[in-house]
Design a protein around this ligand. Structure first.
Ligand SMILES: [Zn+2]
Length: 466
C-alpha cells in the first residue's frame, strides 16, 4: 500500500504538528487564534470585514468572523477578478458541554455547574474525565468591551459515574439522561467553608457573575485579571485536560479530543502553506475556510449556512465585470474536508460490505446518492487525479442503506453557491467521543493531498474536456 512508502520521520513530524494544534485548541476561539498565529507567522494580513479591501495578486490574507470562523486565502500571482477559487472547507467546532447562562447549582453538598449539550456527542464518554473550561469572556475595561480567551489549565470539573453496585442494570446499557446525569461537580460546600470564593454580592443586580458558582467566577477572574462585575458574558466549553498524544505499540495512532475536525483545519492550512512557492504562477485564489457551528447544522452567522463565504468571494472578485463573482463560480472548486469513519474491528458489520475505509489507507471520498455528501463522478475524478500526482491513496465510503448518514458543510456550500464540491475526510475511529482515535500516516497523507490540490487544480481544471 502506498501509505507505507511515507517516510516515518516525516509522518511523526506531521502528527506532532497536529497534536500541538489540538492541544492549543480547546474551543473554536482558541482554534481560530492558533490559525491566526500561524498565518501571521507566514506574513498573512488580517482583513477586517468592516473596512474596504484592496486585494492584490500574490497577496496573503485572512478574515475572522465571531472569533470562531476564519477564512484564509492566497491570491495567485496571475489572478484577475472573475477567476476561480480553489477552496478547502473545514470546521472549528466539536461536540462538547457548554456552561449554561445560569449555571449555579448545588445539591447534596456539591457545587455543580449547569451545562448544555452542544452537538451530537457520545455523552457517556464525558464521565470520569478530568475536565476544565475554555472559551471566551467579554470583559468591560477602560477601553470599552474586550474579547478575551480563557483556558483554565487544570482539572476543575468532573462528571462522576454512578457506582456499579447502585446501578448494575444501568451499566449494561449506559444511557445517561442529558439533563439530570451529566452535571459536572466543581467543588463541595464543605471546602467552600474553608476557602471562600470571590464575593460576588457586591456585583450589581443582574450581573452575570451572580448567575454562576462563585468559585467558577473566581477562577475566570484570576485567569483574566479582572473583577467579577466586569464579566459581561461568556461562551465556555468544557474540555478534557488530558493532552493529545501518539500511541500504539508502533506509534501509529493519535489519541486526541476534537480530531473531528481539527484534523482537517490543521492539514488544510499546512497544505496551503506548503503550496505557497507556486503561488506566483497561480491564476485562481487558494483558500482555506474554517467554519464554526457545523456540529449543530451550520445555520448561524458564522456557520457555512450563512452568506459569509459568498460575501468574501464577492469582495475578492471586485474590480472585474459586474458579473465577475458569478463568472468565478464555474472556475471554482471546494474540497469539503471532514473526518470519515474507519472500519472498527469490533463493529465491522456497521460498514457497507464494499466500503470499509481503513487507517493508513488514505483520505476517504464520501459519496451518498441522497446528497448527504456533495461528491459527484466529476468532482471525484478531479480529486483522484490530484491524489495521483502526490502518490496519495484514496478510499471510498458509502453508508449502508439501513444506516443513518452524517453530513457536513460540503452539501450546504455546494447548494448555496452552485459550486463543484468533493466531500472527503481522513479515516478515524470513535468520532464524537471525548477521546477520538486516528492514525499518524493520515496527517501527512492529507497534507500532501491538499498541497497537491492547491498546486495542481487550476492546470488540471483547464485540461478537462467538458
Ligand atoms: Zn465533522
Amino acid at each position: 500500500m502506498a501509505a507505507f512508502k511515507l517516510d516515518r520521520a516525516a509522518v511523526l513530524k506531521s502528527a506532532e504538528g497536529l497534536i500541538d494544534f489540538v492541544n492549543k485548541g480547546p474551543s473554536p476561539y482558541h482554534v481560530v487564534e492558533e490559525c491566526k498565529r500561524q498565518l501571521m507567522e507566514r506574513n498573512f494580513t488580517e482583513l477586517k470585514e468592516k473596512e474596504s479591501w484592496e486585494i492584490k495578486p500574490n497577496g496573503l490574507y485572512f478574515v475572522v468572523n465571531n472569533f470562531s470562523t476564519i477564512i484564509a486565502f492566497a491570491v495567485g500571482g496571475q489572478y484577475k477578478p472573475g477567476n476561480g477559487f480553489n477552496a478547502v472547507g473545514a470546521h472549528t467546532d466539536s461536540p462538547c458541554l457548554k456552561v449554561k447562562p445560569r449555571s449555579n447549582r448545588s445539591r447534596c453538598g456539591y457545587l455543580q455547574v449547569g451545562v448544555e449539550c452542544y452537538g451530537g456527542g457520545i455523552w457517556h464518554t464525558w464521565f470520569d474525565r478530568d475536565l476544565t473550561v475554555a472559551g471566551r469572556v467579554v470583559v468591560r475595561s477602560s477601553e470599552g468591551l474586550e474579547h478575551k480567551l480563557v483556558h483554565i489549565k487544570k482539572p476543575i470539573l468532573c462528571v462522576p459515574n454512578v457506582c456499579i453496585h447502585l446501578a448494575r442494570d444501568d451499566h449494561l446499557k449506559f444511557a445517561p439522561n442529558k439533563e439530570n446525569h451529566i452535571l459536572p461537580v466543581l467543588a463541595t460546600s464543605t471546602m467552600q467553608e474553608l476557602q471562600k470564593p470571590i464575593d460576588v454580592s457586591s456585583c450589581p443586580a443582574g450581573s452575570v457573575a451572580r448567575n454562576h458558582t462563585p468559585h467558577l467566577i473566581t477562577l475566570l477572574c484570576k485567569d483574566l485579571s479582572c473583577s467579577p462585575g466586569d464579566v459581561l458574558d461568556f461562551d465556555l466549553h468544557l474540555a478534557d485536560t488530558q493532552p493529545a498524544t501518539v500511541g500504539g505499540a508502533l506509534d501509529e495512532f493519535i489519541h486526541a479530543p476534537r480530531l473531528d475536525n481539527l484534523f482537517n483545519c490543521y492539514t488544510a492550512l499546512q497544505g496551503l502553506f506548503d503550496s505557497l512557492p507556486s503561488l506566483a504562477e497561480e491564476t485562481n485564489v487558494r483558500m482555506v475556510a474554517m467554519f464554526d457551528n457545523e456540529e449543530v447544522g451550520s445555520q448561524s452567522a458564522q456557520g457555512a449556512g450563512s452568506s459569509l463565504l459568498e460575501f468574501i468571494m464577492r469582495r475578492i472578485s471586485n474590480g472585474g465585470s459586474a458579473v465577475a463573482f458569478e463568472e468565478s463560480i464555474p472556475k471554482s472548486f471546494l474540497v469539503s474536508a471532514d473526518q470519515a469513519h474507519a472500519i472498527h474491528p469490533n463493529y465491522s458489520e456497521k460498514h457497507e460490505y464494499n466500503h470499509t475505509p481503513f487507517l493508513h489507507g488514505g483520505p476517504v471520498l464520501k459519496l451518498n446518492a441522497n446528497q448527504r455528501y456533495a461528491t459527484t463522478a466529476i468532482t471525484a475524478s478531479i480529486l483522484r487525479e490530484i491524489a495521483k500526482k502526490a502518490s496519495v491513496p484514496l478510499q471510498e465510503v458509502v453508508v449502508r442503506n439501513d444506516s443513518s448518514c452524517g453530513s457536513t458543510i460540503g452539501p450546504i456550500l455546494s447548494a448555496k453557491l452552485g459550486l463543484r464540491t468533493v466531500d472527503i475526510g481522513s479515516p478515524q475511529l470513535s468520532m464524537h467521543s471525548i477521546r477520538e482515535m486516528a492514525c499518524t500516516t493520515g496527517v501527512l497523507q492529507s497534507i500532501l493531498l491538499y498541497t497537491s490540490y492547491f498546486n495542481n487544480f487550476t492546470t488540471l481544471d483547464a485540461s478537462i474536456k467538458y
